[in-house]
Each structure stands twice: as C-alpha cells, then as structure tokens.
Design a protein around this ligand. Sequence first.
Ligand code: ZN
Ligand code: ZN
Length: 242
Amino acid sequence: MNNPIKFLTNFIFPPKCVFCNSVLEPSHADNVCAECRLSVRYCKDYLCCIKCGKPVVSYGEEKKCYACLNTRHRFTRAASALIYEKNVRYAVIRNKKRCVKENVAEFARLMSLTTEMSYDGIKFDAVVSPPPSKASLRKNGFDHIEAIAEELAKSLDLPYIKGCLRKVRQTPHQSSLKYAERIENLRGTMECRTDMSGKTVLLADDVLTTGATADECARALKSRGAKKVYVVTLATAVKENL
Ligand SMILES: [Zn+2]
Ligand SMILES: [Zn+2]
C-alpha cells in the first residue's frame, strides 16, 4: 500500500472483508479476504438466461431458463453480479442491518461492472430503486438499497431518482412464496411518483429472487411512461445445481 495515510487509518480501523466480515491486515489492498476471493461465485463465469440473468446448467434455442420460458416478466432484462449463497447471503443480510460505507462502495462497484458488461450499448436515463418496507425503515432508520443505488448511479454517471417508487400498500413477508403467489401478493402495491415518459430505466436492488418485485416496479414505472426497465442486482438466487 503506497498511501501512508490510508495505511495509518487501516491500522487504527482495520478493514473488514465485505462478504464474511473477517478483519483484514492493514496493508490489504482491497476489502475482500483471500478465502472469499476464491469462494464467491460470479454470474459472469456461467451460462446465463438471456431474460433474468440467472446462471443455468444449459438452455435451449431461446437461451432462457425454465422459469422465463413460462413467465412474462414486465422488466426488459435482469443481470446480477454474484450468486446468492454462503458469504454473499451473509453480506446482504448484514448490510440490511448496518450500512457500512466500504461495503456499499464494493457492492455498487460490482453492480456497475455488471451493468457495463451486460448492458453494453444501452443508454440509460436514470437509476431507481424499489421502495423500502415501512417496517425495515422503522427498524434500521435507513434505506440500504438506496445507498447502493445512489453510489451505482454516481459510478455510471447517471441521475438517481430518489423516492421515485413508493409503496401504496404494505405486503406481508413473502420469502416463502412462489413467483405466481408473489406477483399476486404485490400487484398494485407500488406507485411511480415521477413522469418517466420515454425513459430507459436501470432498477437497482440487492437480490433477485423470483423477479416478482422487479416486475411490480417495472409495471409502476411503465404506467408512468417508462419505455424499458432493466434490472441490476448484487446477487441472484439460483435453484439449479451449478
Ligand atoms: Zn471474506
Ligand atoms: Zn430466466
């Protein structure tokens, strides 16, 4: 490490791995430990569904996963940086409870690289993020997705539309529900507060599960004129044994 001030700061406040939270040496060049560097899996290293961006073992002529062959997503396409498992899952859950500047920066950096790689040549007009639930805002006092999306917009040199999407109705916790149940559960729960006429939007979120939340966001954005809604997430849940 060439910067003596950074070395000294790192000495007093040792950096931690953004994924497993283990303490790193003050001289460590970045915020990922050696173990996580080897174990974290990147979607770009796999064959991915052309629609939802989830890694698959194989696909047919349409280049879509089984779920996308049977679903009409409202979003245009989705892409994710990492597979949602082990330490990535731990990092996402930890970030919900406590937004650490270094972690937000690293997540936004990974999402920015994914955007540039997956959506090469697409001109975005703005970055938006799904609205937080009232319960999580009350509990944590901050919107952890907003922090990442804002940082992502900065690195892509795009405007971030704060508060663009709002929840008009709270939804019960839905992590155990399947796509069809989730989309039914979410229908009409979001509202877009900005005129999005003709805009190509980048929707940023931490995890893509079934894509139902992204679809409801896309519906709300399109109801205010958005032309296309691309999704980028830090991680994506994968069912297949890759
Ligand atoms: Zn680690
Ligand atoms: Zn798919």
